[in-house]
Design a protein around this ligand. Structure first.
Ligand code: FE2
Ligand code: FE2
Length: 132
């Protein structure tokens, strides 16, 4: 079963690029979760982990560029949230490739929880400014 399912109430920002990228991001997270929970070989899990994190970094950079372009007042607090998740993910990624950590149910739920909180609390509020 999918870890996270995109839905209008929880996830729609009405900013087209963000909604499109969030859907891709969710697909990549679900794929990683299925590989990890399904007991796939470590190399396949690591490749998907790298792919997901690279996409997250690109998505955050895209949002940050759009917020800066529009002089969005919430930019600083929003970027701090992004940086915190990138720090956590980077740490996990390094530990995974060093053989010191695995992608677990807990990791999946942590990222899902972050997205379910961040998108309504931080992404939805930029809609008027980014669409303006
Ligand atoms: Fe986002
Ligand atoms: Fe964001």
């Amino acid at each position: 079963m999918a870890l996270i399912t995109w839905n209008v109430e929880q996830h729609e920002t009405n900013v087209n690029f963000a909604d499109d990228e969030h859907k891709v991001l969710f697909d990549k997270l679900n794929k990683l979760y299925d590989l990890a929970i399904g007991g796939a070989e470590r190399g396949a899990i690591g490749s998907q982990l790298d792919d997901l994190i690279a996409y997250v970094v690109d998505h955050f950079a895209h949002e940050e560029k759009e917020m800066q372009t529009k002089n969005y007042a919430g930019f600083g607090a929003h970027k701090a949230e992004h940086d915190a998740l990138v720090g956590i993910c980077g740490g996990l990624q390094a530990k995974f490739h060093a053989g010191e950590a695995d992608v677990t149910e807990e990791v999946g739920q942590m990222v899902k929880g972050w997205l379910d909180s961040h998108i309504p609390a931080f992404d939805m509020p930029y809609a008027d400014v980014l669409n303006g």
